[in-house]
Design a protein around this ligand. Structure first.
Ligand SMILES: Nc1nc2c(ncn2[C@@H]2O[C@H](COP(=O)(O)OP(=O)(O)O)[C@@H](O)[C@H]2O)c(=O)[nH]1
Ligand SMILES: [Mg+2]
Ligand SMILES: [Zn+2]
Length: 402
């Protein structure tokens, strides 16, 4: 009973925060009444944007909430509190409790219409309540791996998911289709562990940068892990590749699953967190987790295909329990969704070292290719900016819509 109460307590705290937020917003609105009658000029639009960014910065929680989550949260609140009231009446006890026969748990796997939910030490195969299957505002899927859910338990191995508890964060990709829907890859993540190999396969800066952008766009902390460091021959070569990332203050782990270099650091980086794993097949993700947590016995040299949907689910997230309070979510599809919705002119915001230079370019719309007076190119030629970063910027730029 205690765990369930904790979930609801968390929920109530969330509601209190939402209240606070609303009050703050109302107060701000009073302070700056809208001038509806006036035709908006370009500048007014800009002011409005700036103001809303301001607000987002102030309200950390809001910032990490995906679009549409607010409405979902409202609906959820209603459901949970109705449930709570009913349960409290039925059982005549104080404080919030789940309804009879309901438990809360963690979604560990998903396939269309069904999922696995971990409740204490049991995994239940669950159907989704019909009302959940209705496409939610802005989302193409009702729940994701990492979601905390309320389940009506049917027997020791099955149940029905009734509701999804509010998410702390979500890794989302834009769905291709007529409507601008978002697909939730995984929920409640804290960070992204970007795993690259030094060799076999060769370190690939463009892919690392793509993952960094994906992390940033989802408000997740990145950690860069360079594995197979046992294959390194030239330390200077490594540091040349890594210095732009060190300058960006991205935590970097140098590891080897082969000789156990950096495995303690890795364990420490993962402790108490829910971490999304990103990295090419073969860089050593499974080997690293095995080295850090030998009980896992993950298959090495295998593409993760042993889930509910079989081998076709290359974009399906997969949840791995490291220990009591540390989880990893393997997200094979991350390479493809990180940049969805990003436009060319927004890309440079993800390259802070280039962004600070761009202001000094001769032309304000400089694409930093071969324009005269390009400050970015000059800085690259002078070695002030890492060439690898500039190259990846150019490559990704060309792949983005204008
Ligand atoms: N030399 C070396 N090989 C490694 C290391 N880590 C993994 N490998 C090898 O790389 C291959 C792929 O490893 P795996 O863990 O399956 O990669 P994953 O696809 O990212 O999960 C296997 O043959 C491993 O033995 C390492 O640190 N050093
Ligand atoms: Mg693997
Ligand atoms: Zn330029």
């Amino acid at each position: 009973m205690k765990d369930q109460n904790q979930d609801l307590e968390k929920y109530i705290k969330g509601r209190a925060k939402a209240e606070q937020r609303k009050k703050l917003q109302q107060a701000r609105r009073k302070e700056k009444p809208r001038q509806k009658s006036k035709q908006p000029r370009q500048k007014d639009w800009r002011d409005l944007n700036e103001e809303s960014w301001d607000e987002l910065d102030l309200l950390e929680e809001e910032r990490i909430m995906p679009r549409g989550e607010q409405q979902r949260r409202k609906n959820m609140e209603q459901k949970v509190f109705e449930q709570q009231d009913k349960a409290a009446q039925d059982q005549d006890v104080e404080g919030p409790v789940l309804a009879e026969g309901q438990r809360s748990g963690l979604v560990t796997e998903i396939s269309s219409g069904r999922c696995r939910v971990l409740i204490d030490d049991d995994t239940l195969l669950c159907d989704l309540r019909g009302s959940l299957l209705v496409v939610e505002e802005g989302y193409s899927n009702p729940l994701a791996v990492g979601d905390e859910v309320i389940v009506t338990v049917q027997d020791e191995s099955s149940g029905v998911v009734e509701a999804v508890l509010p998410r702390r964060s979500a890794l989302v990709r834009q769905d291709v289709g007529e409507r601008p829907l978002k697909h939730i890859i995984a929920a409640n993540l804290d960070q992204v562990l970007i795993v690259a190999a030094w060799l076999q396969p060769h370190f690939w800066p463009e892919l690392v940068d793509r993952y960094l952008i994906a992390a940033e766009r989802n408000q997740l902390t990145p950690v860069l892990c360079v594995n197979k460091i046992d294959l390194l021959e030239d330390q200077i070569e490594l540091e040349t590749v890594l210095w732009p990332y060190r300058q960006l203050d991205i935590p970097i782990l140098l590891t080897s699953a082969e000789d156990s270099t950096g495995i303690d650091d890795l364990r420490q980086a993962l402790a108490g967190k829910i971490t999304a794993l990103a990295g090419l097949s073969g860089v050593g993700k499974s080997s690293l987790l095995n080295a850090a947590y030998p009980h896992l016995e993950l298959r090495v040299g295998a593409v993760s295909d042993d889930n509910l949907q079989g081998r076709h689910t290359t974009t399906q997230a997969n949840l791995i329990h490291l220990n009591e309070d540390s989880l990893v979510i393997d997200t094979p599809g991350i390479r493809n969704f990180g940049l969805a919705g990003l436009r060319r002119n927004e890309l440079i915001e993800h390259y802070p070292e280039l962004l600070t230079l761009a202001g000094a370019c001769k032309f304000s719309d400089c694409a930093h290719k071969d324009e005269p007076g390009c400050a970015v190119r000059v800085a690259v030629e002078n070695g002030e900016v890492a060439e690898g970063r500039f190259k990846s910027y150019q490559k990704i730029y060309m792949q983005l819509p204008a």
